[in-house]
Unconditional design. Structure first.
Length: 153
């Protein structure tokens, strides 16, 4: 099994697991490897240090590991930000009802207490969004990654 660190053209980083390096190349050439965040097919392999599984190897002593660098600040770490974004997107999908193109209509019904209060998500045009804001109905845009439109594994 080969595990590669991959990135798309937008620098979204993720892992890909393949049977072999040839399997990766074949899937890449057939357009089967896609970014789980934006579904881009422009994928590149990143440099990675090999991981050696040395059974029975001793753990480093505290004095040896004390000189290790502090972990990166998550506010500046792109991978940490991507992870947080995906967690937020999953929580949004799990805790809201998809009303599709009826979003503006349903938001008004909820606002005027003609429908039960609940979290909804859907699609609204820029004009519909402006009209909702003018009526005092707060909405926000949150682009859902393509990976969340399919069943999660």
């Amino acid at each position: 099994m080969k595990v590669f660190n991959l990135a798309c053209e937008h620098d979204h980083r993720f892992e890909g697991w393949f049977g072999s390096a040839e399997d990766y190349e074949g899937q890449l050439s057939r357009g089967l490897v896609g970014c789980p965040v934006c579904d881009s097919r422009a994928i590149r392999k990143l440099l990675a240090a090999p991981r050696l599984n040395l059974s029975g190897a001793a753990e480093p002593r505290a004095s040896e590991s004390a000189g290790a660098a502090a972990p990166a600040d998550p506010r500046t770490d792109a991978q940490a930000l991507q992870t947080m974004f995906m967690k937020m997107a999953r929580a949004l999908v799990a805790n809201t009802e998809d009303v599709g193109t009826r979003f503006a209509e349903e938001a008004r019904r909820i606002h005027h207490q003609e429908a039960p209060a609940r979290g909804i998500r859907g699609v609204a045009s820029p004009e519909e969004t402006r009209e909702l804001a003018d009526e005092g109905i707060e909405v926000f845009s949150f682009p859902l990654p393509a990976a969340l439109k399919e069943p999660l594994q």
